[in-house]
Design a protein around this ligand. Structure first.
Ligand SMILES: [Zn+2]
Length: 286
């Protein structure tokens, strides 16, 4: 894996190109995040300001436009959220990192997976839902991609046999991810007396399993929850110190799962697989 210091001029141009491509994809993700929960087409009409006026293309440059316009719409001077350039930058940064990690065909899968994870994260933050087209649709897409690209699950068998093994691993990932999340949800509901996770989270972990395998669902679930708690506990503590004791916020779990899944797919696949392989050797073969 090359570091950023090793890359030459051509590689640097390649990375810049991918960063720009990622920023444009991020701009489209903003449209998806805004429109899909409202059941509006993501293609038509073209991008509009909240006042209804179409945004001209020269004011719709990913990341840059927000800074050029100082966060104010050119048509009506209304402020618009910093989240738009943030999502564009996040997508661009993720795509650039992925470009350093993977080559074809795995890079295409990683772009698609990141697309799903970012949209799910922000729709869940905004609406506390995960649309079925990303959870169920993502699981089906993950199985199909696994069949076409067995590298997703590090399958070594060549030819059609390897393709079926890979698709089968994805299917196991869907079932394990969904099953574990379902049982945890049921247990927490009994222990806490209220819903701790949504049904969308259960289906979404199935989608993660299709892309990351069953081992990946465990990392995504527990790693994501750990990272989420590390981030959220200080906020809850500050709320308590400030006297907002009756403030009982609904915390979406989708973003934590998504971040765990992104880390797993791009950095921890080998580590997680080896970890569970060792447990298998100890528990089953002894
Ligand atoms: Zn406007």
């Amino acid at each position: 894996m090359p570091t950023f210091l090793d890359i030459g001029v051509l590689d640097l141009l390649g990375h810049l190109y991918i960063f720009g491509f990622g920023a444009c994809v991020g701009s489209f993700l903003n449209v998806c995040i805004l429109r899909i929960p409202l059941d509006i087409s993501v293609i038509h009409p073209s991008s509009r300001c909240s006042c209804g006026i179409a945004i001209p293309i020269y004011h719709n440059i990913p990341i840059l436009s927000w800074f050029i316009l100082l966060g104010k719409a050119s048509c009506c001077n209304q402020r618009y959220s910093f989240r738009y350039p943030f999502v564009e930058f996040l997508t661009a940064a993720f795509f650039t990192i992925q470009w350093s990690l993977f080559s074809a065909p795995l890079i295409y899968v990683s772009f698609i997976f990141t697309f799903i994870l970012i949209v799910v994260t922000f729709i869940d933050l905004d609406h506390l839902i995960i649309p079925d087209r990303f959870s169920i649709g993502g699981a089906i897409l993950g199985i199909l991609l696994s069949f076409c690209i067995p590298e997703m699950h590090a399958v070594l068998e060549p030819g059609i046999q390897g393709q079926f093994v890979s698709a089968f691993k994805a299917l196991i990932g869907v079932l394990v991810g969904t099953g574990i999340c379902y049982w945890l949800r049921a247990l927490f509901e009994i222990l806490l007396g209220k819903e701790a996770m949504g049904e969308g989270d259960v289906k979404f972990l199935g989608c993660v399993g299709a892309f990351c395998g069953w081992q990946g669902t465990l990392f995504s679930l527990f790693g994501g929850a750990f990272i989420g708690l590390v981030c959220i506990l200080p906020i809850l503590a500050i709320n308590r110190i400030l006297g907002k004791r009756d403030h009982d916020p609904m915390i979406p779990f989708g973003p934590m799962l998504a971040f765990g899944a992104w880390l797993q797919f791009h950095f921890f696949r080998d580590w997680t697989n080896n970890y569970f392989e060792n447990i298998y050797q100890i528990v089953v073969l002894n």
